[in-house]
Design a protein. Structure first.
Length: 85
């Protein structure tokens, strides 16, 4: 998960210039499943289905998609930390 952590730190620092393959690696690095659609991709965490995002298939992504990823992964980390207690 070291590379996913590095991507997460990058996402927190800068939201611009991300490509879909990088975002896919970020989500998958934190255990999210991928559901492919015709125009969009869904990222859903199997243990916490409330943690889900829909992303366009464009090569470069809007800043909002990265912000959403940071929000979801931060929530995931909180949920997992609470479960370990």
């Amino acid at each position: 998960m070291a590379s996913a952590d590095k991507l997460f730190e990058r996402a927190k620092r800068t939201k611009a210039g991300w490509r879909l393959d990088e975002l896919r690696r970020l989500y998958q690095g934190f255990g999210f499943d991928v559901e492919e659609g015709a125009k969009h991709i869904m990222f859903i965490h199997p243990e916490y289905p409330q943690l889900a995002a829909t992303v366009t298939r464009k090569r470069t992504l809007a800043v909002g998609y990265i912000s959403k990823a940071v929000e979801l992964i931060t929530s995931l980390k909180r949920l997992e930390a609470g479960r370990k207690r």
